[in-house]
Design a protein around this ligand. Structure first.
Ligand code: UD1
Ligand code: CA
Length: 455
């Protein structure tokens, strides 16, 4: 959009959250609440965004700083009109349209912002307000129209007459306005009202006096639902999940139970991915074509290739699976876990900073940390890499086609060569050469007739 700026109001305290944390920093599907309206502005094509901050200003700035973003401080919350005025310095010299919206409306769509700017410009308005007709208008400012039906002013609930209270159309708190006209008007607005605040809404009356006030009616009130409490936060998350999940289903992803599926906004899925009930896909996770993720998996910042199978209840964080890899049930892949094509990890296996090469298997009860496993190797049940000496981490290398017998401990740093075998129950403290058998266990001794003697 040509020459559009945005002012996002986020100085309020959010008392009803009952939290140490600023309201706009509460996470919604893994991202701070405030990041959603900011992303919507960017996606709508807004060039410059000024965020008005107050409560925990530093924390908010730190969490949301980004290109094209400036922060303006409203040290004392003296009302929405005052909040917008605080952005005047940051927008000095800017002439054009500004979107004004609240930082606590995570569901607002870019296309709604664009439509608001388009209608505003078509009307040649100085200020255009986005309105809605919710089931219950209480708490919102009512939109009062003149006899010819044009918006004349907005009256806050606290200041409204009984007649005005019966108006169903309300102010969503989202506007398009011309700058610097708006700053000029807000400079003259008083605070002679029931709340003793400087009302941004008074600017509508000023625009109407010049015959240049307009409005756009939004048909989905959910889009501008403000998050003021944890109950609202949960409801916003549910609505956002519905929107995201629906988008993925339309893009060819099967969600067996969308109601219990959590897919964060940064996740990417290819068609013909299937996701079972109760899964959470978070962060920058990417899942390729034909992969199935079964019940209860939690996957964060991971890359999963095509045709993989994640059996129920696996936890993956910063892991990478190549084509056809299989994991679980109940496996834990921690940062740096990498599985080559067709590799398999079974139940109660944990991997960290470990590469399991093409076709290699670790099927039961195993810990592999700081380990490189070649191709076609078999890691027996209960194998443990002892990678930590209490101070440092040490690497283990296991060659192509190696066979690690069950219940072995590999004390790092140590190398087991290509096609080498480790006897079951071994504690391996020295390298095993290629093709060799490493045995590191006490010899078995049988005591004949022992049971009889004891009796
Ligand atoms: C405001 C509107 C009301 C509208 C409603 C929609 C005014 C006077 N009233 O109500 O007509 O129906 O929004 O939600 O504008 N904020 C600041 N600094 C302040 C005051 C508020 O940054 O000094 C921020 C808040 O953090 C919030 C937003 O502005 O993000 C709206 O403030 P809030 O108090 O929720 O709105 P109301 O004034 O009740
Ligand atoms: Ca208020």
């Amino acid at each position: 959009m040509e020459r559009v700026a945005a002012v996002v109001l986020a100085a309020g305290k959010g008392t009803r959250m009952r939290s140490e944390r600023a309201k706009v920093l509460h996470p919604l599907l893994g991202r701070p609440l405030l990041s959603y309206p900011l992303d919507a502005c960017r996606a709508a094509g807004v060039g410059r965004v000024v965020v008005v901050v107050g409560h925990q200003a530093e924390a908010v700035e730190q969490a949301l700083a980004g290109p094209g973003m400036t922060f303006a401080l409203q040290a004392e919350q003296r009302g929405t009109g005052h909040a917008v005025l605080c952005a005047a310095g940051a927008l000095e010299g800017f002439e054009g349209t500004a979107l004004i919206l609240c930082g606590d409306v995570p569901l607002i769509r870019p296309r709604t912002l664009r439509a608001l700017v388009d209608a505003h410009r078509q009307a040649g308005a100085l200020l255009t307000v986005l309105t809605m007709e919710p089931h219950d208008p209480s708490g919102y400012g009512r939109v009062v129209r003149d006899p010819s039906g044009r918006p004349a002013r907005i009256v806050e609930e606290a200041d409204a007459s009984p007649g005005e209270l019966s108006v169903r159309e309300v102010n969503t708190g989202t506007y398009a306005a011309e700058l610097p006209w708006l700053f000029g008007v807000l400079g003259t607005v008083g605070s002679d009202n029931r709340q003793g605040e400087m009302y941004l809404t008074d600017a509508l009356e000023a625009a109407a006096r010049e015959g240049r006030a307009a409005s756009v009616l939004l048909d989905d009130p959910d889009e501008v639902m403000g998050v003021n409490s944890r109950v609202h936060l949960a409801r916003a998350a549910a609505l956002l999940r519905q929107r995201i999940n629906r988008g993925w289903m339309e893009a060819g992803v099967t969600l067996e139970d969308p109601a219990t599926t959590w897919i964060e906004p940064g996740v990417e899925l290819e068609p013909d991915v299937t996701i079972g009930p109760g899964c959470r896909l978070a962060g920058d996770t990417r899942v390729c074509r034909g992969t199935r993720i079964d019940t209860g998996c939690v996957i964060t910042d991971s890359e999963i290739g095509p045709g993989c199978l994640l059996k129920p209840y696996c936890v993956l964080t910063e892991a990478r699976l190549e084509a056809g890899a299989q994991v679980g049930p109940f496996a834990h892949l921690r940062p740096g876990a990498m599985m080559g094509p067709g590799a398999r990890v079974g139940n109660f296996v944990e991997m960290k900073k470990t590469v399991l090469g093409r076709g290699s298997k670790a099927n039961h009860l195993t810990y592999l940390g700081d380990t490189t496993v070649g191709e076609g190797a078999n890691i027996g049940a209960g194998t443990i890499t002892c990678n930590y000496d209490g101070k440092h981490k040490h690497p283990t290398r296991i060659g192509d086609g190696a066979f690690i017998g069950s219940n072995s401990s590999l004390v790092a740093p140590v190398t087991v060569g290509d096609r080498a075998t480790v006897a079951a129950g071994s504690t391996i403290t020295k390298d095993v050469p290629d093709g060799a058998l490493g045995v590191g266990r006490g010899k078995q001794r049988n005591v004949e007739g022992w049971a009889r003697r004891k009796r």
